[in-house]
Design a protein around this ligand. Sequence first.
Ligand code: ZN
Length: 511
Amino acid sequence: MAGRFFLTTPIYYVNDAPHLGTAYSTVNADALARWHRLIGDDTWFLTGTDEHGLKMARAAQDQGVTPIEWVDKMSRRYLEAWSGLEISNDDFIRTTEPRHIEAVQRFMQAIYDNGYMHKGLYEGWYCVSCEAYYPESDLIGGNLCPLHERPVEWLTEENWFFELSRFEQPLLEWYEKHEDAIFPASRRNEALGIIKGGLQDISITRTSIDWGIPVPWDSAHVVYVWYDALINYITAIGYGEDPGRFADWWPSVHHLLGKDIIRFHCVWWPAMCLAAGIEPPAHFIVHGWLLVGGEKMSKTKLNQIDPVELAPDGGVDALRYHLVREVTLGADGDFTYEGLIARYNADLANNLGNLLARVAAVVASKCGGIGPAPRAAGPDVRLSEVAAEVVTAWREAWSGFAGHEALEATWRLVRAANGELEAAEPWKLEPGEAVEAVLGDALEALRIVAVLVSPVMPSAAGELWRRIGLAGRPDEPASGGEAGDLRWGVYPGGRSVTKGEPLFPRRAGEH
Ligand SMILES: [Zn+2]
């Protein structure tokens, strides 16, 4: 039965160019969203950009432009990068849009009216790059930001404070009732640890800058950039503006985020929701860091690598495949270009690409280029048995946010299909029933593989679909037609099979 699936990525701070780390989050989110659409879920996939704060204001000043001119330009890089990576987001939110400014002001006013804001003096060590205060004990050598290793500044401000300290108990009770709220479970313990360690009220407005959203009851203040950013998740579904739409999508949301922003997402944000009188978000999917030679894909390092540039000539699908296949979602992963090429050659060029090339070649030489239909499923048709088992594993894997396992399962079918061809050697047989049986089964395996890989490799899946002579697309939800149907025996036969150029040409290891 179809359900609803609302998925978000963090919104990316526009001062940093899109890089492999943000591509990792976004591609994994995209594959999940595409999988949910494929199984017929009503899906809403949201990403966007975070555009306020001192750092943006200063960057614009350095460039001699207004802040809005600067963020317009910077935000476009994300739209371009995600378009290049075939990201299928349904909405792209920018925190400088009127809809967001209005939603933030409504939300803030609700918290104020509910009595969870007070005015107070704030002073502390502030890193402009992080847009965050740090306790002295966290600083390197007493004056460097632990993330940027750059000097912090001492700021004193009279600010509005959000009374986070009052939410220790409510948050613990909420997590008690929502045991599966955080995936993986180890991250739940981390969030609970932060809450149990004691929560301080947080300074959430600034008077030192005006590049931000004005506080509705005190216009000398703007909202602190992090606080405003989190609210994007409800702006996009009509908070305070379209109650029907909001009720359709909230609170059953899935927030995908990196482990370094657990405090903001799993502690601040649910407390903010409780304070404003709405349910906290239902689910957090916390991924690890993508490491490059053991180093975090951080905001300041390696941010010059345009992720699209890393895609081998086989297309961005190969990069998307690697980003989902290489790392277990939730764990840290290592990225190397050599690893990307090695996996591309092994899985895509030598396995899947080779399977298609072989089948198409034998269909051309033995069947006049017309693909035969598969045999009926049964114990004597080994591929039909493997396919059924693989489809079940694939479904379970995606339901559990384990895209890498879904691909692993899919490749069992690819290998089995290659194995059947090698055992039967149809290229050595005379044209006839035996040849047609082997090729029909192999074509059906390829059809099913095209559907199975479509959330991760939408273009390659579409091309595979076309080459075996099918109409439409493999990633259309199953609705009685050819598309998206994972049952054995759907390939109709009688279709022209095209060999064409290799789907995934082999690549040398150099970049
Ligand atoms: Zn910093």
